[in-house]
Design a protein. Structure first.
Length: 214
């Protein structure tokens, strides 16, 4: 057992090695949830199927939709969308004011809605008197705000991931976000291995279940 004085007498390198050893022995709250791998494979399979279906549907729409179309419910569609955008701004402001971790999600949702707003404003106002106003609004207001939200979410993700890595005793430079593994998953295997894994392997008892008393 180390007391506080012994810890203070250690060098920075010795404390770092001790932190790495403790983190490797007992990762804080990073154990994968039961059934997590099965849910992950199902989610990945659903994503692949959705991508294929959406690609085919997009090609069909591009070939079959009329160039111009008169639609109904125009006021309800845009008022409803703007209400959703307003709610995203309010949620983002609340999360930033309260310093909540959900701010990352709010920023990503806000950026997505702002990009959608810019896209539909510009595309639907094409060949109309309001096209240039929509284009300027998209380039000056909506897209810059979306970029700020994305960069803010990225910065918060890096800060959170860096704090988590340091708590596990990892040193060195912060890796890129796309190289970071999900928290709470065993991860690390490619998609084709997850999808082609045999059912018999899923039914193998875990070490905990083997040694658990009946």
């Amino acid at each position: 057992m180390f007391d506080e004085d012994q810890l203070r007498d250690m060098s920075a390198h010795e404390r770092h090695l001790l932190m790495c050893t403790l983190a490797a022995m007992d990762p804080p709250g990073l154990a994968p949830a039961p059934g997590g791998e099965r849910r992950r494979r199902i989610a990945l399979l659903i994503i692949v199927v959705c991508c294929l279906a959406l690609a085919a549907w997009t090609g069909l729409l591009a070939a079959s939709l009329p160039r111009y179309y008169r639609t109904g419910g125009w006021r309800g569609a845009w008022v409803g969308f703007d209400i959703g955008l307003l709610c995203a701004f309010i949620a983002t402001g609340w999360a930033a004011w309260r310093r909540r971790q959900v701010l990352i999600v709010c920023l990503i949702v806000l950026a997505t809605l702002l990009c959608c707003d810019a896209w539909f404003d510009v595309v639907l106002d094409a060949r109309t008197a309001g096209f240039w106003l929509s284009l300027v609004s998209a380039l000056v207001v909506e897209l810059p705000l979306a970029a700020l939200a994305v960069f803010g979410a990225r910065r918060l993700l890096r800060m959170t991931s860096g704090a988590l890595l340091r708590s596990q005793g990892h040193g060195g430079p912060m890796p890129r976000l796309r190289d970071l593994k999900l928290v709470g998953t065993s991860g690390g295997r490619p998609l084709h291995e997850l999808l082609t894994r045999s059912a018999d392997e899923d039914l193998e008892p875990s070490p905990d279940s083997v040694h658990r008393p009946v």
